[in-house]
Ligand binder design. Structure first.
Ligand SMILES: [Zn+2]
Length: 455
């Protein structure tokens, strides 16, 4: 086999010998996330083993142990390593699968949004709503989710709900922990809180010179389920002279009555700015960097954005992108699935393993995402009945695979995906095309550099 790396070395920018770059994260830093999520998945698998859930342990342990990547032409930028084939476990709590599931949904939305907004024309905006219920005991979570779903159904069937032309609604469940400070002989109870609040508290605590080793964190049997919803409205919705506008109080009353509860549930509503169009100065590299820093996977279509041609997403604001990403994130934060911050099991033996197994039973076959109105219409061809490996691979028709395959295997000791082999096919045939594209890209890069450096 010829070594394709040498013949194409300028093109894939390998600054060292391929033997040195033996891991996926070396060859493609943006794919370091594969290692990160696989590590989480392994921890989760271990939890299931401890809970005697042999089937889930086996399935998650074998999730994506092999990855086949191809070099793919993605348009203006240098080609990227793209996943071409892999086998996934599809266990709802597998972190690797959750990550890919979330990317799948984002990809779908970023695919339909430009078309939907173009079809609609001007005069529409989005709002982002978070609807919560009171915290519930973990063993009642299933019942609680059922009631929330029934409440949403009642809400969305109300006549005035027709104001919302499209919606997508996702379920998130967060955990609460009991925090103690063990500075003296009697532990001091700091409070019961979720991870976000805990980290806020910890920041203050450490800033004041506190010692983290004296903080004890226990799991609780309390869950906090809530909905995130992205809704499309006409501009007229915000016209105070018309009665369409749902003020915060209106949302609260509607959600409370739909839930049929006697307490005031917590509701957050915010408008999504649709006109802070992605600044022209943002480069493709900025977007890639953002995706690396935040774990936000930026869709291919955005990577294609260039300064030379009008953006295919010209009507999509960065706020809207953020809201879509926010709506379609994990159902449970990875840190919550394994209870990362927990330092001690409860005195009755309740620990992270028991939490995960109970949670798994409670959410078994519950619906995590629902769409309605125009979203349902535009998504209908993209949604599949049963989730498959292909759904996680993305759109493989976009761009060309450039005749090189990289085969990676999960390496348990180093906790990284390791390159096992490189295969080529039709390289000679593709070479001219590759060179041509490379030259084109180089010219574009020079042009961009000139632009940014004012040359
Ligand atoms: Zn999996």
């Amino acid at each position: 086999m010829i070594n394709p790396i040498h013949s194409l070395s300028d093109f894939i920018q390998l600054d060292q010998d391929i033997q040195v770059k033996e891991y996926l994260s070396d060859l493609s830093p943006r794919d370091k996330l594969w290692d990160t999520h696989k590590i989480y998945s392994q921890k989760i698998a271990e939890f299931y083993k401890a809970a005697d859930n042999e089937p889930y342990f086996n399935r998650i342990s074998n999730c994506a142990n092999y990855l086949l990547f191809g070099l793919k032409d993605v348009g203006e930028e240098d080609p990227l390593l793209k996943l071409a084939a892999a086998h996934f476990c599809h266990v709802p709590q597998c972190q690797l699968c959750n990550w890919l599931r979330s990317r799948m949904w984002r990809r779908r939305f970023f695919k339909i949004l430009p078309k939907m907004l173009t079809d609609l024309g001007e005069g529409y905006q989005f709002i982002f709503v978070t609807l919560t219920v009171r915290n519930c005991p973990l063993q009642n979570l299933r019942e609680q989710l059922k009631e929330m779903s029934a409440a949403w159904k009642r809400l969305s069937e109300r006549k005035d709900f027709l104001t919302f032309k499209a919606f997508t609604r996702t379920t998130e469940v967060t955990r609460n922990y009991d925090i103690y400070y063990h500075g003296s002989s009697v532990p001091q109870f700091i409070g019961r809180m979720g991870t976000r609040k805990y980290y806020d508290w910890l920041y203050q605590f450490l800033s004041a010179g506190g010692d983290k080793n004296l903080v004890q964190i226990y799991p609780t049997k309390e869950a906090h389920p809530h909905y995130h919803a992205l809704l499309l409205v006409e501009d007229a919705y915000f016209d105070k002279n018309q009665s369409k506008y749902w003020q915060h109080k209106r949302w609260l009353d509607e959600w409370q009555s739909a839930l049929r509860v006697d307490y005031k549930p917590s509701v957050h509503v915010k408008a999504v700015k649709t006109f802070d169009v992605i600044p022209q100065e943002i480069s493709i590299q900025d977007i890639i960097n953002l995706s690396l820093e935040t774990d936000f996977d930026i869709p291919d279509v955005l990577l294609k954005k260039s300064l030379d041609s009008p953006s295919p997403l010209k009507d999509i604001s960065s706020s809207l992108i953020k809201s879509v990403l926010e709506t379609l994130k994990y159902c449970v934060k990875p840190a919550d699935i394994i209870g990362e911050i927990v330092t001690h099991p409860c005195s009755d033996g309740f620990d992270n393993v028991k939490w995960l197994q109970e949670f798994t039973d409670q959410v078994y076959r519950t619906r995590k995402i629902a769409t309605g109105g125009l979203f349902k219409f535009y998504l209908k061809d993209l949604e599949s009945e049963k989730e498959t490996d292909a759904d996680f691979l993305g759109d493989r028709s976009e761009g060309d695979f450039l005749g090189i395959e990289y085969f990676f295997q999960w390496h348990n000791q180093v906790q990284k995906y390791k390159l096992k082999s490189v295969n080529t096919f039709d390289v000679d045939e593709k070479n001219d095309k590759v060179k041509e594209k490379h030259e084109f890209r180089q010219a574009r890069k020079d042009k961009l550099n000139k632009f940014f450096n004012g040359g």
